[in-house]
Design a protein around this ligand. Sequence first.
Ligand code: NAD
Length: 447
Amino acid sequence: MATESLVPATERKEATERRRTQAFFPQLSIEEELNPWLAQEARFDFAAKKLNLDDGIWKLLRHPTRELIVHIPVMMDDGHLEVFTGYRVQHSISRGPSKGGVRYAPDVSLDEVRALASWMTWKCAVVNIPFGGAKGGIICDPHKMSQGELERMTRRYTAELMEFIGPEKDVPAPDMGTNEQTMAWMMDTYSMHMRQTVTSVVTGKPVELGGSRGRLEATGRGISIVCDHALKHLGMAVSGCRVIVQGFGNVGSNAAKLLFEKGYSIIGIIDLDGGLANPRGIDIHALLRHRAEAGTIVGFGFAGAEQVDPAELFARECEILIPAATENVITSRNAADLKCRILCEGANGPTTIVADQILAEKQVFILPDILANAGGVTASYFEWVQDRMGYFWNEAEVNRRLDLIMSEAFDAVISYAKAHNVNNRIAAYMLAVDRVAYTTKQRGMYA
Ligand code: NAD
C-alpha cells in the first residue's frame, strides 16, 4: 500500500515541477520555457556536451550564420501604405544550401525564426540530405489580407532577399500561413530579377510550375512511415492502435488519412474550433468530405463521432498522440496528464524542454520533430533535384524514395539511442550535430 504524504497534493505537484525545471535550467520562468530558441539551444548544448564537441565548433553551430531583418512597404487595397517586418535566418550552410519555410503569422518573432532555422539544419542532417537550415517569416495576419496585398508583400519580401536566396544559396518553402501560390509568386519575382525562369529557387510550388508530385502529402506520409517503424520496434500491432491527432491542417489531416488507410484507429481529432472523438474510430475520408463542405470539423456526427473538449481529448489514453498544429502545446502544465505510449511530433517544437523531462519519466517513446516531420523537407529536396534535372518522377517514385529515406533515418536514430544510451530526442540531436560538425571540420575554417 502506498504511504500517504503529509504534503498536500498541490504543493507536491508544484515541488515536483520545480525540481524538474531546475534539473534542466535553473529558475526557468514559463516565458523562458516557451521560448523556442532557448529550447533549441538547451537541446543542442546537451547533445554537444554528450558528443564532446570541440569548443570552437560548438560556438559556431550555436549561432545562426546570418540573420536578416527587412521592412517591407506594401500598398494596401484602401490606398494606404503599410510597412511589415520580415526575417530570414540562415543557420548553417555546412552541408549544402540552406533550406526552410516562410511563415506568415501575427506572432512571428526573431527568436522563433532562429529556432526554426536551427531545427531545419538538424532535420536535414537527420534525414541526411545535402542542405543546411534556414527559416523566414513576416509579422502579418494573412487571413485579414486580400490576395492582392499578399502578392505585393510576398514580391517585395522576395526582392529584399534577392542577394541571399538562390538554388545554391538558400531555398525557401511554404510554412504556416503560406502555400503553393506564395511560392509561385516568390519564384516568379526571383525569375524576373534574374531575367530567366529559375524554378529551383523555392520548393512547394504547384506541380505545373516545377513542383513535385507527392509533396503536399509528404510530411503526413513521413509521419505514417515512422509510426509503422515505431510499432514494429516496440512489438505493437497496427490493429487496435489508437491515435489522437491535434491539428487538421496539411500535416495532421494527411497523417490521419494515411494512418486511417493503413488500419490505425483514429479515435480523436482536435482542431482550433473543437475536438472530435469516437472510441470506435473516426472515418477520416468522411471527415475530409465534411470539412471540404462545411469548412470545419465541427458538426461531424458520422457513425457515432462526438464533439468533445479539446484539452480533455488531448490527454485521453491512446497508443499514439500526434501534435501536428503548432509549438509549445505540451508543457510543464499538461505533460504529466498525457496517456500516450508514443508521441509522434508532426509540428515543429510542440514539446517544451521541461515537458521532455516529464515525458522521459513516464517513459513515453518520442518520435522527435526533427525526425517525424522530416518527410516534408525530404520531398522538397526531391523537388529541387527534379527542377535541376528538368525531369520529373511519378508519385510512386517519390513515395518509394521517401519511404527509403525516412526508414533509414528512423533506424539511424534508434541505433544512436542504443549506442549512446539516450532517448530518441537526444539521439536525433546527437546524430544531426555529429553530421554537421563533421562536414564543418572537413571544409576547414575560414577564420
Ligand atoms: P496548417 O496551417 O495547414 O495546419 C495547422 C492546423 O492546426 C490548422 O488546421 C489549425 O486550425 C490547427 N491549429 C492551430 N493551432 C491549434 C491549436 N492550438 N490547437 C488545435 N489546433 C490548432 O499547418 P501545417 O502545414 O499542417 O503545419 C503544422 C505544423 O507542422 C507546424 O508546426 C509546421 O511548422 C509543422 N510542419 C509542417 C510541414 C509541412 O510540410 N506543412 C513540415 C514540417 C513541419
